[in-house]
Design a protein around this ligand. Structure first.
Ligand code: ATP
Ligand code: MG
Ligand code: MG
Length: 282
């Protein structure tokens, strides 16, 4: 099968999400592998808003140029179909990767988090908040290199709400408390989500487990998550503190930015390295 005349030869389907199908294809003009996200516009109001979201995702991605964010090569609307031609990222989603690598070391978790924070810091500087950071929207390869994808509900600061019907956006498990409460929020929403991912990578599950959405929301707003160390005794208390600061219910008590959180993690790793070297020196 080819897409857009004979420009792209489809090799296989990579995945399917809420927005459309993603294919691996080869750009026949320059012999480069690409990922193509395809969305059909079938008419009707719901489909129309999906199309708008898709275009908004492309607009957000087009402003970004960072090694930890999936690059957008081009966005092509034609008749009743949209195509997003993207960098092909080899590897797995962090969600799938975590099924194989459980309770990883805090150093490895830190390396993954720092890369996500690096990408986020770049997006935030361009005025773009991701709003749906979760393991399913992060790719990781064999070398532990990380790329953020799926800026599907990302939104320009001060811009029109992209979602239709004023529904809240994001995935409940990873959503910041202020998002659950229907507030617009700022970059600290993404900081919270990175705290969530770190918690999950180290303990094996997200901070709050509830059988109903209502309970989950209530727990997120009222409870403090259980200590990670009881699930993973190798995690230093000082590192857990960083995660709990990112997971603060009140955004004013969190790190102010992705950059600030990144610095805290790096400082923590540096000081624990120092601890180890003084131990071996003695
Ligand atoms: P949703 O919004 O419901 O999460 P979506 O329709 O926005 O889904 P994506 O999450 O972007 O779709 O992609 C669906 C799947 O396709 C991903 O889980 C991933 O496996 C694969 N995929 C997407 N983009 C790429 C890419 N650039 N390189 C490799 N694989 C990709
Ligand atoms: Mg996705
Ligand atoms: Mg999406």
């Amino acid at each position: 099968m080819s897409i857009l005349g004979s420009q792209y030869d489809v090799i296989q389907k990579l995945g399917e999400g809420g927005m459309g199908v993603v294919y691996l294809a080869r750009d026949t003009m320059i012999q480069r592998l690409v990922a193509i996200k395809q969305l059909h516009r079938d008419g009707g109001s719901e489909e129309e808003s999906l199309g708008e979201r898709f275009q908004a995702e492309a607009l957000a991605l087009a402003k970004l140029n960072h090694p930890n964010i999936t690059h957008l090569y081009s966005f092509i609307p034609k008749e009743d179909t949209y195509w997003m031609i993207m960098e092909y990222v080899e590897g797995k989603t962090l969600e799938d990767w975590l099924k194989i690598h459980q309770k990883i070391t805090h150093q490895l978790a830190a390396s993954i988090a720092v890369q996500i924070l690096d990408g986020l810091e770049h997006a935030h500087r361009k005025g773009i908040i991701h709003r749906d950071i979760k393991p399913a929207n992060v790719m990781i390869n064999e070398d532990g290199e990380v790329k953020i994808m799926d800026f599907g509900i990302a939104r320009m600061r001060n811009a029109q709400r992209i979602t239709s019907h004023g529904k809240s956006v994001g995935t409940l498990e990873y959503m910041a408390p202020e998002q659950i409460q229907g507030h617009e929020g700022d970059e600290r929403i993404d900081v919270y989500a990175v705290g969530n991912i770190l918690y999950e990578m180290l303990s094996g599950s997200t901070p709050f487990q509830s059988d109903t959405d209502y309970r989950l929301m209530k727990d997120k707003l009222e409870k403090r998550a259980e200590s990670i160390i009881q699930y993973n005794s190798t995690v230093p208390v000082s590192f857990e503190k960083i995660i709990f600061k990112a997971l603060q219910c009140n955004p004013n008590k969190r790190y102010k930015s992705a950059m600030e959180m990144k610095i805290a993690i790096e400082k923590n790793l540096g000081s624990s390295l120092l601890d180890q070297s003084t131990l071996t020196d003695v």
